[in-house]
Ligand binder design. Structure first.
Ligand SMILES: [Mg+2]
Length: 188
């Protein structure tokens, strides 16, 4: 695993956002457990949310605000039912202007996706979050499509299902958690 300073990470994230803009990606769907945070809660986190917020990976502390400032919308897509806790973690880790504009889709039975898209893996979570973003015109998103969406997830099974469904995806390797940034720079 490569060691990286904060300023190197910032400049890498800035390059990544420019790359996303060039690729016309307007929607980042990001997994929570072992992706945004460096732990797996198993959907059963018992400690405080402020403790969990300390586990937000540095890459996302930089990438999420930078991407939003370029009009890229972001949602959390997770199989965890603890979406209330995830919402609190986002509120602690980010400015409210950022956390408030991030939909969360988890397995909390608060939503159902009724569109025609695939229900495998994270596909329905992404489709449902994209629908919400498109109904919030103040966010400036008019059209989120499969080819303008990118999933970031540590579970290779979700990555495979996503790619099979024609949506872009990059794997976050928990053993080398900044590597996905380089992988985004390699996307075509
Ligand atoms: Mg995960």
């Amino acid at each position: 695993m490569s060691v990286i300073t904060t300023s190197q990470l910032e400049s890498l994230c800035s390059d990544v956002v420019e790359k996303l803009v060039r690729l016309k990606i307007n929607f980042l769907a990001i997994d929570f457990d072992q992706t945004i945070v460096d732990v797996h809660t198993g959907g059963r986190w018992k400690e405080s949310t402020s403790e969990l917020a300390k586990h937000v990976r540095p890459a996302f502390r930089h990438l999420i605000p930078m991407a939003m400032s370029r009009n890229i919308r972001i949602a959390v897509v997770t199989f965890s039912p603890q979406t209330g806790q995830i919402r609190e973690v986002l509120e602690i880790a980010f400015d409210s202007s950022i956390s408030d504009s991030m939909p969360i889709r988890g397995n909390d039975k608060t939503w159902t996706y009724t569109g025609n898209g695939l229900r495998l893996g994270k596909q329905e979570h992404m489709a449902s979050a994209a629908e919400e973003l498109m109904t919030r015109p103040m966010l400036g998103v008019t059209d989120v499509k499969k080819n303008t969406t990118l999933l970031i997830d540590d579970d290779p099974r979700n990555i495979k299902k996503c790619l099979r469904d024609g949506t872009r995806a990059v794997w976050l390797n928990p053993m080398d958690p900044n590597r996905f940034l380089d992988d985004i720079l390699l996307l075509e």
